[in-house]
Design a protein around this ligand. Structure first.
Ligand code: SF4
Length: 64
């Protein structure tokens, strides 16, 4: 059985560049040259993606 992991998506329009997601899961998120978060590796190690989603102050991260 294959377990489908949720894929995080960042809405750059909402992101305020606080860096929380990068601090929590640096293998998955990074900040771009404009200081906005993006998903650099959707399959990177991240213990609790749901926690990251809930920790984003701008509500910019969703899972699909
Ligand atoms: Fe942007 Fe949210 Fe990540 Fe902060 S936690 S950098 S607002 S996506």
């Amino acid at each position: 059985m294959v377990i489908q992991m949720p894929i995080p998506v960042v809405d750059k329009e909402k992101c305020i560049g606080c860096g929380t997601c990068v601090a929590l899961c640096p293998e998955v998120f990074d900040l771009d040259s404009e200081g906005k978060s993006y998903v650099k590796n959707p399959e990177g190690k991240c213990d609790n993606l749901k926690e990251v989603v809930e920790s984003c102050p701008a509500g910019a991260i969703s899972l699909k």
